[in-house]
Design a protein around this ligand. Structure first.
Ligand SMILES: [Zn+2]
Length: 164
């Protein structure tokens, strides 16, 4: 099913939705079409170009961390599928500060790790296990969720609007 990219009024990517939902925003005067996908969308009463990018007229505030889920796919993507302790192929997710020691399940406390480092570390902090992070875990780029939600695919028409 064709999908459309919804941009905030600030032009920041906000979500990826079925074309029908983007059309509803446009028809209710809540969004403007910035790009179309070349196809026509037709109902019994309306025929209009099918949007591929729409922009909301009013700015919507969204808590940052909620937009990009912290899971195996998104963390591996951020970390380039490399163990953040030794650089080998990552196989697991590792809580830097273990949950048993109060570590949170958040972007800043989760890294990709190989099985060996993950096992060696166990329920300890990197310092306790004699491991060193090659770099501190960061929040992903603001629009990394676009590729995360589409499985890596970015519609060519979206490219001017996303950096992912
Ligand atoms: Zn490793």
């Amino acid at each position: 099913m064709p999908r459309a990219l919804v941009l905030n009024a600030s032009l920041e990517p906000l979500s990826v939705v079925p074309v029908e939902r983007a059309l509803v925003l446009v028809l209710r005067d809540r969004a403007d079409v910035l790009a179309t996908n070349g196809a026509m969308w037709r109902s019994e009463t309306i025929s209009m170009p099918s949007p591929s990018v729409v922009r909301l007229r009013r700015y919507v505030r969204i808590p940052y961390e909620r937009r990009i889920p912290v899971n195996r796919r998104t963390v591996f993507q951020r970390d380039g599928h490399r163990c953040q302790y030794c650089g080998r192929q990552a196989e697991n997710l590792d809580h830097v500060i273990p949950r048993s020691q109060g570590g949170e399940h958040s972007w800043l406390n989760i890294v990709a790790a190989c099985r060996r480092c993950n096992t060696k570390k166990g329920g300890r902090t990197p310092a306790q296990a004699g491991l060193t992070l090659t770099r501190a875990p960061k929040m992903p780029r603001p629009d990394a969720w676009v590729t995360a939600t589409t499985g890596g695919a970015v519609d060519p028409g979206w490219e001017p609007y996303v950096t992912a």
